[in-house]
Design a protein around this ligand. Structure first.
Ligand SMILES: Nc1ncnc2c1ncn2[C@@H]1O[C@H](COP(=O)(O)OP(=O)(O)OP(=O)(O)O)[C@@H](O)[C@H]1O
Length: 342
């Protein structure tokens, strides 16, 4: 659906050139939710704005649905933009227009008849869950409701691609979740390809199929969300994964706990996929003469299944511990001995 090849953007300024995006190569299948994560200044906003040419690339190609967007004339670009909708962090609504009138606006521009417009606006209001708020003004809406208007407006002309520029960054965690659920719903119902940029790993974890990690204008790592979570390669990716999986402070606390044990082993168990549950722990305790104590853990859900880490202290004779470890290794859980206390 989308193929980005050798994309570069250099901003020229009096204090020198700034390379905001450098040699990007990304390909995104139709119907996918693709996340781009990076810290401030990594080049995410520039990238997303290059996709609909709100920014002109310095070089490279952006092919959307077999069409190289970078080569389109102004007229053709206007047409193409109907297929590439966008939602924004600060919603960009028209404050003097009601919900209904905001959503109707792109339809007016596309010269859709009044009767069809009204029908389409009704459908969209229902789709985004704003029934009953049609005649409110943006100032009378909560942040989440404003973003719902933004989404309805973006979908008005049946786009093929939805670009989301930090669409949940101004919202509280609960509202963020409800907007992310709505994006998944739209993705599934309409088969829309979604590209979102964010600095929050939670957003990637919750709804994305694939992720690209950006740093200093480049993509430093990309792949299936689950793979990237489980085996982050770059330091920046590890920092993002730590946002969700616990951080170094917890690891430090762990070494304190470990030092309180004078025998046994401390194991780190990596759970992947559907079988992720704690039955394994009770199973080990039943099968082998060992005591298992959970020290720390975090199991979380992604679009591609559950994954997470449990850190446990296991105590008993060294043969029993060895057998228990061997048993765990036979399951889909990866085991790592983080400290051998005995
Ligand atoms: N119009 C511009 N002129 C000059 N430099 C720019 C311009 N827009 C962005 N930049 C620079 O390009 C780099 C990437 O900026 P960009 O806004 O794309 O990053 P970002 O990852 O989206 O960060 P943020 O989340 O803070 O917006 C930064 O160094 C920024 O200062």
């Amino acid at each position: 659906m989308i193929s980005i090849k050798g994309l570069n953007k250099i901003f020229k300024s009096s204090s020198g050139d700034v390379t905001a995006v450098e040699d990007l190569n990304i390909s995104i299948p139709k119907g996918e939710i693709f996340g781009v994560i990076g810290y401030s200044g990594a080049g995410k906003s520039t990238l997303i704005r290059l996709l609909n040419r709100l920014e002109e690339p310095t070089s490279g190609e952006v092919i959307i649905d077999d069409q190289d967007v970078t080569k389109l004339s102004t007229n053709k670009l206007r047409e193409a933009r109907q297929d590439i909708a966008m939602i924004f962090q600060h919603f960009n609504l028209l404050w003097s227009r009601t919900v209904r009138e905001n959503i109707a606006f792109p339809l007016e521009i596309a010269k859709v008849s009044k009767q069809e417009r009204e029908k389409r606006v009704d459908e969209l209001i229902h789709l985004v869950g704003l029934s009953g708020r049609e005649d409110a003004y943006p100032s009378q809406l909560s942040g989440g409701q404003k973003q719902r208007v933004g989404i309805a407006r973006a979908l008005a002309n049946n786009p093929k691609v939805l670009l989301c520029d930090e669409a949940t960054s101004a919202l509280d965690p609960e509202t963020t979740d409800s907007i992310l659920d709505l994006l998944v719903d739209i993705n599934e119902k309409l088969g829309l390809t979604i590209i979102l940029i964010t600095h929050e790993m939670h957003v990637i974890r919750k709804i994305c199929h694939q992720v690209a990690v950006m740093e200093h204008g480049r993509v430093v790592e990309q792949g299936d969300v689950l793979d990237v979570f489980l085996h982050p390669q770059q330091p920046v990716t590890k920092r993002f994964v730590d946002q969700i999986m616990g951080d170094r402070d917890e690891e430090d606390a762990l070494s304190t706990i470990v030092s309180q044990h004078d025998s046994g082993k401390v194991l780190r168990l990596h759970f992947v996929g559907e079988k992720t549950n704690q039955a394994l722990i009770s199973e080990i305790a039943k099968r082998f003469p060992v005591a298992v104590n959970i020290l720390h853990g975090k199991i979380t859900q992604t679009k591609k299944g559950a994954y997470g880490t449990l850190i446990v202290h296991i105590d008993g004779s060294s043969e029993a511990i060895q057998e228990a470890i061997h048993y765990i290794e036979e399951t889909s859980v990866e085991v790592e001995v983080t400290s051998d206390v005995s």
